[in-house]
Each structure stands twice: as C-alpha cells, then as structure tokens.
Design a protein around this ligand. Structure first.
Ligand SMILES: [Zn+2]
Length: 308
C-alpha cells in the first residue's frame, strides 16, 4: 500500500476532454491502472496552465473540481473523496481514496473568497505558486525571488484556521522561509533534495531539515531532471533522494509525490501506477526496515493530514 501526494491527471482531462479516466493509455494514472496498483490514496491537483488568460483562470479551476467529481469520484463505487484524516483512517480494504489539491494560487488572483470557495469544495492542500510569481508569492522560476506578499500571509492564516496543508513545492526560496515562519501545516508535495540534484525545484538541506523538524510531509518526485539533472533517470535515482532525506532525519517526513501526468520526463521502470508494485517490492522494501517502509509509504501522509 502506498500514498501518492501529487499527480496532474485533472489537467490532462481538462486539456483533452476526449480522454477517458477509465482507461486512456496516454494517462499515467487512470482507473484501470490505479485499481491494479498498490496505490491506496492518490492526490489530484488542480493545475491551471499559465496560458489560460488571468480572467478565466478561476473558472478553469472550478471546471477541474467538476472533472474530479464527475470523471474520477462519482462513476466509481470504490473511489472515496477524502476530505479529512478520519476519511483516510476509515477507508475500507476494497476502497481507494482521492484527495483534491491546488497547484499554484494564480487562479484565485488576489481574492481570498475564491480560495475559500475551493476549500469549501474540498481542496485540502494549497500550493502557493507554480513557477511564476502570483499575488501570494514568487515561484521558483521568477527571477525577482520575492517572498510572501501581505495577501499571501492572509492566505496562509486562512489555511491555518481551516486546517489545510500549505504546499511549498514550486515556491521561491524566500517564499519558503517566509511561509515556514507562519504556516501551521507546511509540506512539500513533490520536491527532491538539492544536494543530490542541484535543480532549483529541489529543496536544499536547510529547507529539508526545517520541514523535518516540523514533522512535515516531503514527497519525493519522479521527474528525471529533479532526480539527476538529465532526461534519463532510474529507480535507483529516486532511492538516492529517499536515502538522503532519511539520513537528514526525515523518516517521519518522507513520502511520495509522483508528478504522474505532469511530466513526460519519466523514470525508467517507474513510469505509471502499474510500476508501483515492483518499485515497492524491489526497491523500497529491500532498502529500508519494515517500520520505515510503512511510514514512508502511507503513515507519514496520514499522520500529517491536517484536517482531522
Ligand atoms: Zn508541479
């Protein structure tokens, strides 16, 4: 059993409505693949591409909430919409959980009411930025490198009050540290270790240690460039990042955030849900003690899920 804290299937379904969540072969996560995999819970991100005009971005985010409900949750008896830790803990042995998340606050513009709407609709982790800057903070790709705005602080105070995760993957370096000072529920859904692969999307040891000290979730991700700075990577590269985070003391923080369907730079042998079985049995189980495997595969995610 494993929990995956990030994928971009909703974006793929939105981009091409002809795609079937049931069995489209060009989806790395679809119903058939998921049900044949050990993935117990999958997070689904609302990701509105920057190419969508600002005035329409919130509408597109709402369309993706609707896609999540109509194409992923409602048609399948086995799939349960997870909105709390209680929901996670009460999943039946035959059931799978789906969590709705937001990747980047650009669709809310500078209106907190829009974020409140998304949270009321079920969003349970909020990524502050994608790579660009927005009204909340700069993303890691924004050369200005600014931290949180005053509006961004309001956003985090609201997330604290509502017990919603503040997701730090993609945010600027300064934005990361500003957020760590005020967020009650920080996490990084899909980021790797900068000291292993010096990609700006990764977190350096000081950042990883700060998350670890807070007992915050850190999901390693399978984008080749974030693993080894090239377009080809293997499962042993994922393992290196896992081991590094564990060596920093992150046994109670580490988890997974695949970025399936968010990238075509996939890891050889870990290309979609169907590869999780062998990844678990051949790589994870062989390299860590049993109790660490349980923590990394699902306990850390469940323990840190903020809404009880
Ligand atoms: Zn991402």
């Amino acid at each position: 059993m494993i929990i995956d804290a990030h994928c971009d299937v909703l974006w793929k379904l939105w981009e091409n409505p002809e795609r079937s969540f049931f069995n489209s072969s060009d989806l790395q996560v679809n119903y058939e693949k998921w049900m044949s995999s050990p993935v117990k819970v999958q997070c689904f991100a609302i990701f509105v591409p920057e190419t969508v005009p600002h005035a329409s971005q919130f509408d597109v985010a709402l369309e993706m909430v609707q896609l999540f409900k109509e194409r992923i949750v409602d048609p399948y008896e086995k799939i349960v919409w997870i909105k709390s830790q209680d929901d996670l803990l009460s999943l039946g042995s035959n059931e799978r959980g789906a969590v709705l998340t937001l990747e980047g606050c650009h669709p809310i513009g500078d209106q907190l009411s829009r974020l409140k709407t998304l949270v009321q609709l079920g969003v349970r982790a909020v990524g502050l930025t994608w790579n660009q800057g927005n009204a909340v903070a700069d993303g890691i790709g924004e050369s200005r490198g600014a931290g949180l705005t005053d509006f961004g602080r309001d956003v985090i105070r609201y997330l604290n009050k509502e017990q919603i995760w503040t997701d730090l993957s993609h945010v600027s370096y300064k934005g990361f540290w500003d957020t760590m000072q005020i967020a009650d529920f920080p996490m990084a859904s899909h980021s790797n270790a900068y000291s292993i692969a010096s990609h700006p999307r990764n977190l350096d040891d000081a950042q990883l240690r700060a998350l670890i000290e807070r007992g915050a979730f850190i999901g390693v991700t399978y984008v080749t460039e974030f693993l080894n700075l090239t377009l080809v990577a293997y499962r042993k590269d994922v393992l290196r990042h896992m081991k590094h985070i564990i060596n920093l003391g992150g046994e109670c923080s580490l988890g997974f955030g695949s970025d399936f369907d968010g990238t075509d730079k996939v890891v050889t042998g870990l290309e979609d849900h169907t590869d999780y079985e062998s990844f678990l049995s051949q790589i994870v189980v062989n390299n860590f003690p049993q109790d660490t495997v349980r923590k990394v595969c699902y306990e850390n995610f469940i323990r840190t899920f903020p809404r009880k």
